[in-house]
Design a protein around this ligand. Sequence first.
Ligand SMILES: Nc1nc2c(ncn2[C@@H]2O[C@H](COP(=O)(O)OP(=O)(O)OP(=O)(O)O)[C@@H](O)[C@H]2O)c(=O)[nH]1
Ligand SMILES: [Mg+2]
Length: 308
Amino acid sequence: MSVLKKGVASFLKKVKTYEVNEKNIRKAIREFELLLISNDVSLEVAKEVSKRLTENLLGTRAPRFSDLSKMIPQSAKPILIQILTPKVTKNIFNDLEDRKKQISTNSKKRPLVFLFLGINGTGKTTTIAKFAYLLKNRGYKVVLAASDTFRSGAQEQLKIHSEKVGVKLISGKYGSDSAAVAFDAISHATSKYADAVIIDTSGRMAINKDLMQEMKKIHRVSNPDYAILIVDALAGNDATQQARDFNKEIPLTGIILTKMDADTRGGAILSATFATEGVPILFIGTGQNYKDLEEFNPQEYVNQILRS
Ligand SMILES: Nc1nc2c(ncn2[C@@H]2O[C@H](COP(=O)(O)OP(=O)(O)OP(=O)(O)O)[C@@H](O)[C@H]2O)c(=O)[nH]1
Ligand SMILES: [Mg+2]
């Protein structure tokens, strides 16, 4: 995020010196568009922002400001917030509360199931540990499903996290059916009146047909309440592409962007929801510790970006 934010700050400083006339408004909008593109915002999102800024600032009812460094953010803020706002809003904590209540009156009700997926090394397992830590601290009973039965070390990695965080783990044998591990974890969690099951899966590309078939099976068998794609913000524009590709194969409920603490340009955040026609960014990963998972709030994010 920091690179985009810094870029916006110096852009606003520059346009502050521009005289407000049509030519300079067009010039400033073009510069803003290029700034977005050079910070990994997808071309389609940057063009959309620029089109709407032009309509707003040069239309018949365009507001008059003395200063472009106020005019652009004022107009860009609602545009960016709208681009980041999903059609359907999901609130994990409301859903968990509802489910907890249902479980207390109906002992057969299963927990809320979260399926984590994404390409190799994006931070799925680490984010699961952080998410389990967050839920546990909020008083929920969590069970982890080690459905990555493929990559060597994956079972042990999740086991260490489960012990550190203090949550139950249902593990699998290497080479065994990932969907069966998820199924066992959900059955176990239901019998123990747990509130949430979080399923770890092995990394895969959306274009790998066999592995996507396997993911569809895990999805079918676990029937998750949330299918969450984990994308690495360092992947830049490719993060947006991953969101689009996976969403075509598995209907996503949410996205988590990891490694936002690294020196990312940060624009992928602005493109992911747009590219998936409304899949929300639920959290961002901001470090390697368990507490480094932040709820994502579009309004706050846009305010931060446009602060000069
Ligand atoms: N700096 C930083 N590093 C992170 C973050 N999230 C994950 N990582 C690191 O990214 C690396 C890969 O994380 P994993 O959780 O193993 O990734 P994975 O997606 O489960 O990997 P596979 O299971 O091999 O596909 C680890 O070194 C993590 O510590 C984050 O938000 N910030
Ligand atoms: Mg993993």
